[in-house]
Design a protein around this ligand. Structure first.
Ligand SMILES: [Zn+2]
Length: 596
């Protein structure tokens, strides 16, 4: 089988006859998809994500590059004939040409199709109406639970070159799924070079490039305008295919969006998922290829030949114990797992325990007599042990003080929710809330305000309107809270700043795999007069320096208000605090910070 396959690829690369395009032909896939999803979505004017591969971060993990193994998809081509075996919709040569072209077009995506083919005799279906579509497919589909089915016949509806369902239509892996393409006119299905490529693009999870313009309500919330900063979450969910009206020409469309008045051009009219004559089409975009690899490995994975991995769990708190199983489509002579954390196994069904992090495991088999297959699942395993903590800061009563909220996350985040309270007997005032250093550029979302009980919830939706589509793993400030405590607050008073759960609010994070709870750690504002080590309400002065030296070196008593002996704001009282005090008194007069 594999030798045969490589021969097919070589033929594809070395060139196939150039076909004439059929001008003005169109595709019925969106009609099918919206009809299937109407009960779920209600209207066509909204565009909620329908699966993990719609999340830009997940899609981006699947962008093809040479480190990504080729995905081999099992497929079957059914050519319709009349009941007496006459008038085949395609010849053997047509099938070979079309599948060669398909494999050439999908090579940059590192997806290839291994196929066989056969005839199905039925005069009725030889001229196929949409009402007969499901019956024809279910009568003739070959192993639809593990095979991409492609049918070639005369589609009765004038102008329709093909149609396909999409992975979220609700019938993936069932007999009604797959692609139907118009019969041959001259050497390839649909009478043109890339019609099959377009339809398989749908089956693997692509919308039309004009989806966000002509297949949603005009200027609706889902409408994609030129230059829209949120193009990753609108239209075809790919930011690298610019929005365009339906365009049958091999060139840019003129005019501009009726909604934001920006010109459409330049558009990606060479894209396989548009309607330009297919002799004009040259490519899928990088993000389209990432989407197809992602949908194939999630919803459509039973189609994959060679080897694939399964796991009893993929998401949870650390340590996450995962029982993997390897499934091979032919006899494997050896197994080699890389778990993504540096560990390996040679078992077919290994057990592995993961610490916190985000992992892309990989499994390779060798088969007899020769050949090897690899499956890699980017970001397949998500393990959390994450925290949201309030820092502690010292302040002179009456002066503003900043308390940082610090997040430690091992997983790339799509969202974070931060409920906190500053309720205490001291009437601390929350003046403002600002971005932390890790969240620069993302809008702060006010989730809930409860000033009566001195508690609030802020959050971030990293998927929209920010510098990236996820917050990468890391550790550091995500919010800065600016407080004041009353000038009359006695030194040494501690005002707790707590990360809490209240009402429906909990401290949590969201990654591509789902939402999860985090460990919350509380901090405090410490009221103190910085550098007033001896607490005489004067200074900082020489007397304070003397007191601190005595404490540090001469076994003198500790500062009466501990936080005021802390002059550099760092935890503990040590030589650093002495240095800061000397610096303030004699050298640079830099302000002091008290603390714990
Ligand atoms: Zn289409």
């Amino acid at each position: 089988m594999r030798h045969h396959l490589f021969a097919i690829i070589l033929i594809a690369i070395s060139g196939v006859p150039v076909e004439e395009a059929v001008a003005g032909g169109w595709c019925r896939s969106h009609e099918l998809d919206s009809a299937m999803r109407q009960p779920i979505l209600g209207t066509s004017s909204s565009c909620p994500p329908v699966g993990p591969c719609d999340l830009p971060g997940t899609r981006n993990l699947n962008l093809p590059d040479t480190s990504q193994p080729i995905i081999w998809i099992r497929s079957h081509v059914t050519v319709l004939r009349n009941s007496d075996g006459s008038s085949p919709a395609a010849t053997a040569n047509d099938v070979a040409n079309s599948m060669n072209q398909l494999n050439a077009d999908f090579l940059p995506a590192r997806v290839q199709f291994v196929y066989d083919w056969g005839y199905y005799n039925n005069t009725t279906y030889r001229n196929l109406t949409s009402a007969e579509d499901n019956a024809m497919k279910c009568a003739s589909a070959v192993k639809p639970d593990s095979t991409l089915n492609i049918w070639v016949t005369d589609i009765a509806e004038a102008g329709v070159l093909g149609y396909s369902y999409l992975p979220w239509s609700g019938n993936a892996l069932q007999c009604t799924y797959g692609c139907v393409v118009e019969q041959t006119s001259s050497g390839g299905f649909g009478g043109a070079r890339h019609v099959l490529t377009h339809e398989v693009g749908h089956a693997l999870g692509l919308y039309h490039t004009f989806h966000g313009v002509d297949e949603v309500g005009q200027c609706s919330a889902c409408y994609e305008n030129p230059g829209d900063p949120d193009a990753d979450n609108l239209g075809d969910f790919c930011a690298d295919t610019r929005p365009t009206p339906t365009n049958f020409s091999c060139g840019d469309v003129g005019g501009s969006s009726p909604c934001n008045r920006k010109p459409w051009a330049p558009t990606d009219y060479l894209n396989y998922m548009g309607y330009a004559s297919t002799t004009c089409q040259t490519h899928f975009s990088s993000q389209q290829m990432g989407r197809m690899r992602c949908w194939t490995q999630s919803t459509l994975y039973p189609w994959i030949m060679g080897v694939r991995m399964q796991a009893d769990t993929t998401f949870g708190p650390s340590p996450l114990n995962v029982q993997f199983s390897g499934v091979a489509s032919q006899t494997a002579t050896s197994w080699a797992w890389k778990f993504g954390d540096g560990q390996t196994s040679v078992l077919q069904n290994p057990f592995h325990s993961y610490g916190p992090g985000y992992y892309s495991p990989e499994v390779t088999i060798t088969t007899s007599p020769s050949g090897s297959y690899t499956s890699k699942r980017p970001g397949f395993i998500s393990v959390y042990a994450d925290t949201i903590a309030a820092d502690s800061s010292g302040t002179t009563p009456g002066k503003p003080v900043r308390v940082d909220i610090v997040a430690r996350n091992y997983l790339p985040l799509t969202a974070i929710n931060i409920p906190f309270t500053w309720a205490s007997t001291i009437n601390a005032v929350l003046d403002s809330v600002r971005n932390g250093s890790r969240t620069a550029g993302w809008p702060i979302q006010t989730v809930q305000l409860d000033n009566t009980n001195k508690r609030r919830t802020y959050g971030f939706d990293f998927g929209t309107g920010g510098p990236q589509v996820v917050l990468p793993a890391g550790n550091g400030p995500v919010l800065s809270l600016w407080f004041r405590v009353p000038p009359t607050t006695p030194p040494g008073t501690v005002v707790p700043i707590e990360i809490i759960s209240y009402g429906y609010q909990t401290p949590n994070m969201t990654c591509a795999a789902g939402n999860y709870p985090v460990v919350a750690k509380s901090g405090a504002i410490i009221a103190c007069r910085a550098g007033d080590v001896n607490n005489d309400a004067v200074g900082p002065d020489i007397a304070d320096l003397t007191y601190l030296i005595s404490f540090l070196f001469l076994s003198g008593p500790p500062p009466p208000v501990w936080s005021q002996g802390n002059c550099d704001g760092l935890p503990g009282i040590d030589i650093g605090d002495l240095t800061a005090l000397i610096d303030y008194l004699f050298i640079s007069f830099s302000p002091l910070t008290c603390g714990s």
